[in-house]
Design a protein around this ligand. Structure first.
Ligand SMILES: Nc1nc2c(ncn2[C@@H]2O[C@H](COP(=O)(O)OP(=O)(O)O)[C@@H](O)[C@H]2O)c(=O)[nH]1
Ligand SMILES: [Mg+2]
Length: 356
């Protein structure tokens, strides 16, 4: 699963990338990839219970692409978008911070304008992809069309109409089959989007930034979450010893780093949920898509576990924390034995039984 960072140049994308994923692989002027751990308070509670040697959070891959300005250099902008075609969720980084020494690439700071600009760009990019796919299929002689082509020829005009009305494709109804047929197109407006607003220290202190209500109102209509973070302050938090973090954040009136909230928002927007494995050796969160079965979930850990799957011993996170131990869970009759087709729920703590 991948997060793609997008946005105008000089808004703090690369700084956010480093906050999420550390240094990553790549370099200045190159596309950089890294892994972003997804903080989860439930994992900390489980770790307190099991005191394992190792705690492993779920992680998503993040891609940071060197910036380009839409309209300014079309080819460069298209290459920029090309790099995030494979992403499962897009995070649009938007500048709210004031800094006279660093002019905004469009002259002034205007978060809603930037949000709209990128949104419109993604719609136009998809429109070009849909039109060219439609033209290609319509040019095929009917005897050369495969069944999927016929289905696409019915579907593509619908997509085109939505995009022409400036609606992202994720607003349409999608069956699994419909999604499968367009998977190769890398449609950008099909991806969930999170708006990440980079505020400055004064705005963080004030708890708001200029243009916030206009941006939030538009984003609510689009169904896109808005998360604020202050790049330089987040960088300071990351440098601190864990015990020093809370008092430092309290000075800014925040309970949790913005980057942690952002990572979780991207995770949730991408439709992922977590199940846990817990023992003395390791407590770990595993990312799965909603609807994953017990047998498939076992395969995330090891292919042998999937092949030799016998059953899953499952307890809900809330039950385990409330009762305080696996023994108490068993006594209360809340440890469930589930078969291969059980649909894993968010927060399930699972022990897989398998044959090798
Ligand atoms: N004042 C201020 N400068 C920032 C902030 N975030 C990033 N910058 C600066 O903006 C410039 C561009 O940041 P970068 O992360 O490379 O942006 P990118 O082009 O979107 O990847 C750098 O000089 C950063 O130090 C911020 O929150 N406040
Ligand atoms: Mg950059």
């Amino acid at each position: 699963m991948d997060i793609g960072l997008i946005g105008l140049p000089q808004v703090g994308k690369s700084l956010l990338f480093r906050l999420l994923a550390g240094e990553g692989r790549g370099g200045p002027g190159q596309t950089t990839v890294g892994m972003a751990p997804i903080p989860d308070p439930r994992l900390d509670r489980l770790a307190a219970l099991y005191k394992p040697r190792k705690v492993t959070p779920a992680a998503l891959r993040v891609t940071d692409v060197p910036g380009a300005v839409p309209g300014d250099d079309r080819a460069r902008w298209n290459r920029f978008l090309e790099a995030v075609r494979g992403a499962d969720v897009l995070v649009h980084v938007i500048r709210a911070f004031a800094d006279e020494t660093l002019p905004h690439v469009l002259g002034d700071v205007d978060p809603l304008r930037d949000a709209r600009l990128i949104r419109d760009e993604l719609i136009l990019t998809d429109l070009a992809v849909v039109e060219s796919a439609r033209n290609r299929l319509e040019a095929l002689p009917p005897r050369k069309r495969r069944p999927d082509d016929e289905a696409l020829l019915e579907r593509l005009p619908l997509l085109q109409a939505a995009l022409e009305q400036e609606r992202p494709l994720r607003e349409l109804e999608w069956s699994d089959e419909d999604l499968r047929r367009v998977r190769g197109f890398g449609l950008l407006t099909l991806k969930p989007m999170v708006l990440a607003v980079n505020v400055d220290e004064a705005q963080l202190q004030a708890g708001t930034f200029p243009g916030e209500s206009a941006l939030r109102e538009a984003a609510a209509g689009w169904g896109e979450p808005v998360i604020t973070f202050c790049g330089p302050v987040e960088a300071e938090i990351a440098e601190l010893e864990p015990a020093e973090r809370e008092p430092f954040m309290a000075e800014y009136g925040i309970a949790e780093p913005g980057v942690a909230r952002l990572a979780r928002a991207a995770y949730e927007a991408s439709g992922l949920i977590s199940f846990f494995t817990a023992g003395e050796e390791e407590v770990r969160a595993w990312p799965i898509r909603r609807g994953t079965t017990a047998k498939e979930a076992a395969g995330k850990i090891h292919s042998d576990m999937e092949r030799g799957f016998i059953r899953a011993e499952v307890v809900a996170y809330d039950d385990l924390i409330r009762l305080g131990s696996m023994a108490a869970v068993r006594e209360a009759g809340l440890l469930r034995l589930e078969g291969r087709d059980y649909v894993v729920q968010d927060g399930d703590v699972i022990l897989f039984r398998f044959n090798v």
